[in-house]
Design a protein around this ligand. Structure first.
Ligand SMILES: Nc1nc2c(ncn2[C@@H]2O[C@H](COP(=O)(O)OP(=O)(O)O)[C@@H](O)[C@H]2O)c(=O)[nH]1
Ligand SMILES: [Mg+2]
Ligand SMILES: [Zn+2]
Length: 291
């Protein structure tokens, strides 16, 4: 028996990274009474077939977390990459990513890349999001800024690297580990080469205990996993923090009177833009629920 971690799954085969290398493995359809299927990120026990050195998954260890999109187990860390410019920062998408990471209970880091193109913008955004309670780093793949901090954040974690296309995700990962050799480039040249095929989910190994998942760029994010608009306020760090000072425990910080959140927005303690996105998210979830 060997212990390992599934780093890739294609067509019924699971590629399990072990101390004896990567073992191509099969698995029975479902595991245990809870109908589990093996997922990338799963820590597993495999039995080796000595004849052809193939593996057979006999046990899936209990998962720390399980993401739906992308379907990966044991992710502990989310790094959300946005470029300050080219493409311009999209705080609406950023706030949705942050909400999703809070919902999944992940440790989260915001990475503001391409600061070489607009350092002031990067600093302003860093202030806003740090004030809200998030960790923020500023990077530039071009001037090699912040790369050490990025490496530190990846250490001892399974990390999802999320963000829209073109912000520099693959470029940054190649700097973290040149052996990755991920394809980079501007969006138009990618399209010319016809990169529309869906990629499979694969964990990239940084070291024995550190893996990263370079997700394909998201330009939108579906929030249908949120069941109720009342959940949203708990997934905005600063709104969750100050929300219990409101007159009503049930306060959605929308149109209610004596709302502490609105006071904090007026005093500039909570950012106007974050609050605006919060209200828009409430609307979006109300609309989803209507259908
Ligand atoms: N000026 C500048 N350009 C960058 C930086 N990081 C990446 N790029 C460029 O942005 C483009 C998109 O990068 P890529 O890594 O493919 O983005 P991805 O789609 O998020 O993986 C490439 O042309 C990179 O050379 C940076 O920090 N500064
Ligand atoms: Mg990329
Ligand atoms: Zn309120």
């Amino acid at each position: 028996m060997l212990e390992g971690i599934i780093i890739k799954g294609i067509g019924g085969f699971y590629y399990v990274k072990t101390t004896k290398g990567i073992i191509e493995s099969r698995a029975r359809g479902l595991f245990r009474e809870d109908n589990l299927k093996p997922l990338v990120g799963d820590k597993v026990k495999i039995r080796i077939n000595e004849e052809d050195n193939s593996g057979y998954i006999v046990e899936i260890h209990e998962r720390k977390t399980q993401l739906l999109r992308p379907p990966v187990a044991n992710v502990t860390n989310a790094i959300i990459i946005m470029s300050v410019k080219s493409p311009n920062i999209n705080t609406w998408l950023l706030d949705k990513f942050l909400l999703m990471a809070e919902y999944e209970g992940l440790q989260t880091l915001i990475c503001l890349n391409k600061c070489d193109l607009d350092n002031k913008k990067a600093m302003d955004l860093k202030n806003i999001y740090e004030k809200a309670g998030y960790d923020v780093i500023i990077t530039s793949a071009k001037s090699h800024m912040g790369i050490d901090k990025l490496k530190e954040a990846l250490f001892n974690n399974i990390t999802v690297f999320a963000g829209p296309s073109g912000v520099g995700k693959s470029t940054l990962l190649n700097m973290v580990s040149p052996k990755f050799k991920l394809e980079t480039g501007d969006i138009s040249s990618k399209n010319k080469r016809g990169r529309h095929t869906t990629r499979h989910v694969e964990l990239l190994e940084i070291d024995k205990n550190s893996f990263v998942l370079d997700t394909p760029g998201f330009s939108s994010l579906n929030l249908d996993f949120i069941e109720d608009e009342r959940q949203v306020r708990h997934y905005f760090k600063e709104i969750n923090k100050y929300g219990d000072e409101c007159n009503f425990l049930s306060c959605l910080h929308d149109k209610e009177p004596n709302c502490s959140i609105k006071d904090y927005v007026n005093k500039g303690i909570i950012s106007q833009e974050r609050y605006k996105n919060y209200l828009l998210l409430l609307d979006e979830i109300r609309n989803i629920r209507r259908y």
